[in-house]
Design a binder for this molecule. Structure first.
Ligand code: URA
Length: 480
């Protein structure tokens, strides 16, 4: 009997796989009768036979959990992944609780593949190193990375968020991602020699790494697990590791305090625009979230706008089921113009990812939209916003919530809880709990991720991070 041959548009063509799988499954085609190909592979024995039309009234109900996993697993490098996913899809029709069978070989493989993709994504986020090419307006950053799986497209939105204000390209053997400050383009793969090498930048990375390295927290095994040797060849700072491990007994210092504030090259331009944005003390009611965001650019409701680079408004889909609220933008958020992209944002990203929450599906914002700081030498030291500033900015937060209408609001830290609930909340006592507001909105209480960053003892920081993860798992359950 001739087989069906499905040719997908690329290695990560999930819509193509989903459409074909749906038709084939509804037509009762067995997994062994299908050959899955991408436009990079060939199977001479598979006949190009048109896909069957499923019966008119037939429908396929697939658990959301399977779709989420399949979207990740399609990025795995095993050519047999399409077949595995199809087999699971067909089995799920008769075994709706299949994914709960932890000992089933297909389910085990699905989970392993998902984990492996997630880990690769995490490694790419940690180990991509940009080299600057060009100067001034022509400034562009280029990085070379060798992932294990086809993760560039899935991971690119993270880099857009983190490096929104730069123009950059990430080259990998399979695909490239290019961000020009406005749009993201996924292009063909490259070879390592296409990526520039810049010894000055390498030096910068080494200095940076040596500065943020915290000898008090050093655990050699954990560090090697986090930064496997295979990544070292593309990491300029790796040459410092042996020396730093040797010097790690030196007394712990407050490394965060030493990191200088380095405004991005476009900082002055952004601030100039900020100052020339017309004053809007009492804007009209906005008709949309987009309009609200535009109005907030000219906010003068409290004095904080004067020293900040720009308003950092919330971001995320308007139909997000959960809104996360922090305190105020930090140094890096102020420069990038986006919430939670600095050190606290990194912890936030890692922990929610571990809890199975996708940041892309959240609306993330702050109680206060301008960075409040005190200049100290070259550094800008974070200052807690006062009650008047929080109250002035609640105007924006209330309206963001009205537009998004989430099922759950997560208050991260005391300032967010105060703003959302109108009174001081004992965070450590109430964390992990929900409070219902008078308007019916449910607010989940947790710590602010920067609390973890401020803990000096490694074991205590790890324990606090685990508690934060427990909280995020509860959030995941509440929004699932
Ligand atoms: N801390 C916050 O509360 N918000 C941010 O956006 C960053 C750090």
């Amino acid at each position: 009997m001739s087989r069906y041959s499905v040719r997908l548009a690329g290695e990560t063509d999930f819509p193509g796989w989903r459409d074909a799988a749906r038709r084939l499954a509804l037509s009762g085609i067995a997994p062994h009768a299908i050959t899955w190909q991408t436009d990079t592979a060939n199977d001479l024995f598979a006949e190009a036979r048109p896909l069957p039309e499923p019966p008119m009234a037939a429908s396929l109900n697939v658990p959301r959990e399977f779709i989420d996993k399949a979207e990740a697993v399609i990025c795995h490098s095993d050519p047999a992944r399409f077949d595995l996913l199809y087999r699971l899809l067909v089995r799920l029709r008769n075994e709706p609780h299949l994914l709960k069978l932890a000992s089933d070989p297909d389910v085990i493989r699905l989970r392993d593949y998902e984990k492996s993709v997630r880990r690769d994504i995490h490694k790419m986020r940690a180990f991509v190193r940009f080299v600057r090419v060009g100067e001034g307006d022509g400034e562009h950053f280029v990085a070379w990375f060798e992932p294990d799986h086809y993760i560039v497209e899935r991971n690119a939105p993270f880099f857009v968020r983190r490096f929104a204000g730069m123009r950059w390209t990430i080259l990998t053997p399979h695909a490239s991602a290019d961000w020009d400050g406005e749009s993201l383009v996924i292009g063909p793969g490259a070879v390592k020699s296409d990526a520039p090498r810049d010894d000055a930048s390498d030096e910068l990375w080494r200095t940076y790494f040596a500065n943020i390295f915290n000898p008090a927290r050093l655990k050699v095994k954990a560090m090697q697990a986090e930064m496997p040797k295979k990544y070292w060849r593309n990491l300029p700072e790796a040459s410092l590791i042996p020396e730093m491990i040797r010097g790690a007994d030196a007394a712990a210092r407050d490394m965060l305090e030493r990191m200088p504030t380095m405004p991005a090259p476009h900082h002055a331009k952004v601030q100039e625009r900020h100052w020339s944005t017309p004053e809007k003390e009492l804007p009209d009611e906005a008709a949309s979230l987009v309009e609200l965001r535009r109005q907030a650019e000219g906010c003068r409701r409290c004095p904080l706008w004067r020293d900040a680079t720009q308003t950092v408004f919330g971001e995320g889909p308007e139909n997000a089921r959960a809104v996360f609220v922090g305190e105020q933008p930090g140094d890096q958020e102020d420069i990038a113009g986006r919430p939670f992209v600095g050190p606290a944002g990194r912890i936030f990203d890692e922990v929610i990812e571990q809890a199975g929450i996708e940041r892309e599906k959240l609306y993330v914002t702050n109680a206060v939209k301008h960075f409040k700081f005190e200049p100290r030498g070259k550094r800008r030291i974070h200052q807690k916003p006062n009650a008047g500033e929080v109250s002035a900015c609640r105007w924006w937060l209330d309206r963001e919530l009205q537009f998004v209408k989430p099922d759950l609001v997560v208050a991260m830290g005391a300032t967010a809880a105060q703003s959302l609930l109108g009174k001081a909340i004992p965070i450590t006592r109430m964390r992990g709990e929900t409070v219902t507001r008078e308007d019916g909105m449910t607010v989940f209480i947790t710590i602010h991720p920067s609390f973890i960053l401020r803990i000096r003892e490694a074991a205590d920081a790890q324990a606090e991070r685990s508690r934060f993860l427990d909280d995020m798992r509860k959030v995941k359950t509440l929004i699932s």
